[in-house]
Design a protein around this ligand. Sequence first.
Ligand code: BTN
Length: 231
Amino acid sequence: MYIKIIKLDTVDSTNNYASRIALLNAKEITVVYANSQSCGKGRMGRTWMSAAGKGIYVSFVLRPQNNLREINYLPLISALAVAKFLENVLDLMQKEHKKNKDETKTKIKIKLPNDIIINDKKIAGILVEAKTIGKKPSFVIVGIGINVNSLKEELPERATSLLLETGQKYDTEKVFPKLIKEMVSVYADFKKGKINSLLREVLNFKAAGSVEEIAEVFNNKKKTGEVVHFV
Ligand code: BTN
């Protein structure tokens, strides 16, 4: 599979950069990673704190051929990749520091439509932007922000970071390839149309009681807001 990684020191927003190169025909999967963003974007016009060394800021240029109903699930399926990535990083940390799971009490949850929560606080967010041609997307940008080394005073209320939850600092560049691996793996299943099996995996992170319940929430824009932003 083709994977190209572009590493930037600083950029306005990795999503904006990814959109610009997608318009210039960048292939899937192109990954844009930045140490910091000057205008990190959150969902619904919010901003995303993006200081250097404090988090992972990354966007994926994808060109799925799935229909728009399935594309709407891409933010949630990307949240699954992030949840699996975090689980992996935490497991590794626990092994390195010989801690047991009860000691660290880190429970990763996915909150619909696509937030990743640890101990009731948001640790990561996803912003999906798509451009369509007719009823098919021309490209989709999946932007992921993960709070890694941020301190309490650097975050909004009800947000957390890996540092705050585990007391450890992490090298963002060193752990980030594991996120690419998880994302590539869920995306391969998504492209094959294995949506239901991915949604069942989402249930392992307590997002809902059943796949039907997820579908119900996703069919109700009042409950989710805009999950994919069409540009
Ligand atoms: C949210 O509001 O929860 C979504 C936050 C998404 C932030 C990420 S950071 C990398 C990518 N580039 C951006 O400008 N936003 C996303």
